[in-house]
Design a protein around this ligand. Structure first.
Ligand code: NAD
Length: 256
């Protein structure tokens, strides 16, 4: 299995991008750790430090448990995610798009940092939603989360929908909630249609997104992984880089 970190391998990955007809990038929480947002399963991950948090991260728990919702809204109101800035990794992907080297960016991240870094919204699929918006679980009401956070700051601990009275939540997909079918289909079609698939900062363990590299490979694409820890797909990758994303990704993109 290739396990590469050298300058020569950075060149090889840049060459693979240059030669590709269509590049699809999948990002995960690892691209945002350098913006101060912890991942889930890395050494300092939220769930590595507090395994109980994984058990309660379901839509069923959110709906059934008022205390959990109150804690969630209080957490959102003061969350690092809302104040985080994009880092060199996010900007490198924007630069890659500028060089014509990015077809579709599928992100599992809910932090909105690819948009903040200037990647074109039409190329981004936020497959697990976004914390920048709220959504009502009872009707189709949705809007900027700031509107609801203002209500929370003014004392509404468990805000409900002003249209239908339903529960409000950030517009993110929790475990137990279905993905948006059109988003998943678009991501799967992009994976099937590309000839190079880059998986960046993801443990590749959350399905169905984690199946995207497999789809890409089945349709003939090469897989390149940039991730500090091992993933279940390492054995299928043409190249693996374990360096910090903010360090290695700009170097790759510079050489494209
Ligand atoms: P994960 O936590 O399962 O895996 C992240 C991977 O990134 C780990 O293997 C870790 O070793 C690697 N990593 C962390 N920092 C790195 C760095 N600087 N350089 C190289 N590698 C680095 O994350 P996942 O696969 O995205 O799945 C977790 C789920 O959690 C996703 O569905 C996502 O929606 C959600 N999540 C999102 C955020 C965010 O929006 N920033 C943060 C935490 C979790």
């Amino acid at each position: 299995m290739p396990d590469v970190t050298t300058e020569a391998n950075i060149d090889a990955v840049a060459l693979a991008i240059r030669e590709a007809r269509s590049v699809v990038v999948l990002t995960g929480a690892g691209i945002s750790t350098e913006s101060g947002i912890p991942d889930f399963r890395g050494p300092d991950g939220v769930w590595t430090r507090n395994p109980e948090a994984e058990r309660t991260a379901t839509i069923q728990h959110y709906v059934a448990n008022r205390d959990h919702r109150v804690r969630s809204w209080a957490g959102r109101a003061g969350s690092a995610m809302h104040n985080a800035e994009p880092n060199a990794g996010h900007y490198a992907l924007t630069a890659l798009e500028g060089k014509g080297g990015l077809d579709t960016l599928v992100t599992q991240n809910i932090d909105g940092l690819h948009h903040a870094a200037g990647t074109s919204p039409e190329r981004i699929i936020e497959i697990h939603g976004t914390v920048r918006d709220y959504a009502c679980l009872g009707c189709s009401d949705r809007g900027p989360i700031e509107v609801v956070l203002e209500r929370v700051r003014n004392g509404d601990e468990d805000p409900h929908c002003e249209s239908c009275g339903g529960l409000l939540k950030s517009a993110t997909i929790s475990f137990g909630q279905a993905l948006i079918a059109e988003d998943l289909e678009r991501a799967q079609l992009a994976a099937a249609g590309c000839d190079l698939f880059l998986a960046i900062g993801t443990s590749l363990t959350v399905y169905p997104v984690a199946a995207l590299p497999e789809i890409a490979i089945q349709y003939g694409a090469r897989l390149i992984i940039l991730n500090a820890q091992e993933t279940p797909y390492d054995g299928l990758a043409a190249a693996i880089l374990r360096d910090g994303i903010g360090e290695v990704l700009p170097k790759i993109v510079e050489r494209v």
